[in-house]
Design a protein around this ligand. Structure first.
Ligand code: GLU
Length: 474
C-alpha cells in the first residue's frame, strides 16, 4: 500500500511550497487508495514558533487535505508529533553505534567553532571516531555531554529521484552528521529516516533543498538494512525567474491568499498546477478530480513561477460557478461596507459575480454606487463606440426627458427607451449607451450596463446623475 507523509516543521506560517508538498503527498496516496499521514517535525526546539501547529491544522483543513491516521488523542486520532517520540530515536542511534555505523562525539562547542574558523575545513574532522570503548565509557560515566554522529563510509552513493532522475554523490563530500543532539533529541536528519521507516512510508515528497541530504539518509537506511522509499523532490516555487517566493512578498502563504480574497478550492487547484501538468488541457479541477488525474509523471523539475494573474483568473472561474446564495453570503458584508443606501444588493451581486477575480475586488468595482465619483469628461470619448463630448451631451439631453416620463422603472423599460432614442437619432447603440453608462458610473468601466445600473439606482438618482453629466459637458 502506498503511504505518504507531510512532515512540516512548525516554524511559522504555511508557505505555498509546503502546501503544494502536502497536496501532492495527499494526491499520490489517494490516487492509489493509500494513506496520507501528518507528522509534525518539532525536534528543533529552537526554531519552534508558537501557534504554527494550529496554522498547519487549519490550512490543511481549509484545503480539504485530511490525514488518515495518528496516535489516539482521546477518541480521535491526532497527527504524529516527533518530540513525543523522543526515546525511540536514541535507541536506534545506539543500534547504529553497535553496528559501527555511528559514534559518540564529545567535542565541545569551542573545539567545533575552532574547526569552523580553520582554513577550508567545513566538515567535522572525525576527531572522536576512533575513541576506545574505555574512553567512551569513562566519558559517559562522567556525564560528559555528547552527540551521536553518523559514520559515513567510503565510496559513492547513487539514488533515483522520480523528478530529478539518477543522482550520484561522492561520500567524501558528506559530513559525519549529528543524529542525536546533546539535548538527547534527534536531528531532523535522523528522525525523518526513523519515522519514515517506522511509519512504512513508501513515497517521500519534499522540497529539492533536501536532495543533497538524501544520500546520507540512504546510507542510514542501508546501515539498518531497511528499504529506501521512492523519492519525489520538488523544485522551488518562484516569484519570478530568479527569486524564490518568500514571506516578504506578502503572498507566499496560504493565509495571505485567503486574506486577499481567494477561495481555498481555487488556491488548491492552482497550487496543484504549480509544477504538475495534467495529461489533458483541463485546468479547473476539484480535489476529487485531482485525485483521479494526478500522476507523478506529470511533475516538472523546472521551478514553478507563482503567477498571481493566473490564480486570480482561476479564482474568478470558481466564483462564476459558485451557487449564488453562497456567493451572496460572502459578497454581502463587502457590499454593505461600501454601499449604505438601500439599493438591491442582490442585483448588484448578480452583476459582479461574473466579473471579479476575488471577493476583495468588489470594493473598487462598486464604490461608484454609493456616490458618483468626480470624473473627467474625457471618459465620454470612446473611440470604438465613436462617442465624443458633443454627441454625449446631446444624448444625455435627449434621454433626460425620456427617462423622466417613464412610468415603469425596470431594466427592460429603461433599455427599450434608450434603444428608441438610438432609432430616433439614427445612430449606433453605443452612441447612446456609452454616455448614459458613463454619466451613471463616472468610471471607465462598470460591472453592468447603463439600464441595469439605472434600475439599481432608481429613477431619482439616475436623473440626478444624468443632470450632473449634462452640467459637466455643457
Ligand atoms: N521538516 C521538514 C521541513 O519542514 C520536512 C522535510 C521532509 O519532508 O523530509 O522542511
Amino acid at each position: 500500500m502506498i503511504r505518504t507523509r507531510f512532515a512540516p516543521s512548525p516554524t511559522g506560517y504555511m508557505h505555498i511550497g509546503n502546501l503544494r508538498t502536502a497536496l501532492y503527498e495527499y494526491l499520490i496516496a489517494k490516487a492509489n487508495n493509500g494513506k496520507f499521514i501528518l507528522r509534525i517535525e518539532d525536534t528543533d526546539q529552537a526554531r519552534l514558533v508558537d501557534g504554527s501547529i494550529d496554522i498547519i491544522y487549519k490550512t490543511l483543513k481549509m484545503a480539504g487535505i485530511k490525514y488518515d491516521e495518528g496516535p489516539d488523542i482521546g477518541g480521535e486520532y491526532g497527527p504524529y508529533i516527533q518530540s513525543q517520540r523522543k526515546n525511540d530515536y536514541l535507541d536506534y542511534a545506539k543500534q547504529l553505534v553497535e553496528k559501527g555505523e555511528a559514534y559518540y562525539c564529545f567535542c565541545d562547542k569551542d573545539r567545533l567553532d575552532r574547526l569552523k574558523d580553520g582554513d577550508s575545513i567545513s566538515k567535522y574532522d572525525r576527531h572522536c571516531v576512533s575513541l576506545s570503548k574505555e574512553e567512551i565509557e569513562e566519558k559517559l560515566k562522567n556525564n560528559t555531554p555528547f552527540v551521536i554522529r553518523q559514520k559515513i563510509k567510503d565510496g559513492t552513493t547513487t539514488f533515483i529521484d522520480e523528478v530529478y532522475g539518477e543522482i550520484t554523490v561522492e561520500n567524501e563530500e558528506m559530513e559525519d552528521q549529528i543524529l542525536i543532539k546533546s539535548d538527547g533529541l534527534p536531528t531532523y536528519n535522523f528522525a525523518n529516516v526513523i519515522d519514515d521507516h517506522l511509519m512504512n512510508i513508501t513515497h517521500v515528497v519534499r522540497g529539492s533543498e533536501y536532495l543533497s541530504s538524501t544520500p546520507k539518509y540512504n546510507l542510514l537506511y542501508d546501515a539498518f538494512g531497511w528499504d529506501i522509499p521512492t523519492y519525489i523532490h520538488l523544485p522551488p516555487v518562484m516569484k519570478n525567474q530568479t527569486e524564490k517566493l518568500s514571506k516578504r512578498n506578502g503572498d507566499a502563504s496560504f493565509q495571505d491568499l485567503i486574506d486577499k480574497g481567494y477561495l481555498p478550492e481555487a488556491i488548491v487547484n492552482y497550487i496543484a498546477l504549480l509544477g504538475w501538468s495534467p495529461s489533458t488541457n483541463q485546468e479547473i479541477f476539484t480535489l476529487d478530480e485531482l485525485i483521479q488525474n494526478f500522476n507523478i509523471k506529470g511533475l516538472s523539475k523546472s521551478p514553478a513561477i507563482f503567477d498571481i494573474v493566473k490564480l486570480t483568473w482561476l479564482n474568478g472561474e470558481y466564483i462564476k460557478k459558485m451557487d449564488f446564495d453562497k456567493f451572496f453570503e460572502m459578497a454581502e458584508p463587502v457590499l454593505k461596507s461600501v454601499i449604505t443606501k438601500h439599493y438591491d444588493l442582490k442585483k448588484v451581486a448578480q452583476h459582479i459575480k461574473t466579473r471579479i477575480g476575488t471577493i476583495n475586488e468588489i470594493v473598487d468595482m462598486v464604490d461608484f454606487i454609493e456616490s458618483l465619483p468626480e470624473y473627467s469628461t474625457d471618459l465620454y470619448i470612446h473611440k470604438k463606440m465613436k462617442t465624443d463630448e458633443a454627441i454625449s451631451l446631446e444624448v444625455l439631453k435627449n434621454i433626460l426627458p425620456i427617462f423622466e416620463s417613464l412610468e415603469n422603472w425596470d431594466n427592460d423599460t429603461i433599455y427599450n427607451a434608450m434603444i428608441d432614442l438610438v432609432s430616433k437619432m439614427e445612430v449606433k447603440n453605443g452612441i447612446v449607451l456609452w454616455p448614459v453608462r458613463t454619466a451613471l458610473s463616472g468610471k471607465p468601466s462598470s460591472p453592468c450596463g447603463a439600464s441595469e445600473m439605472a434600475e439599481i439606482f432608481g429613477k431619482e438618482e439616475t436623473l440626478n446623475r444624468i443632470k450632473k453629466g449634462i452640467e459637466k459637458l455643457s
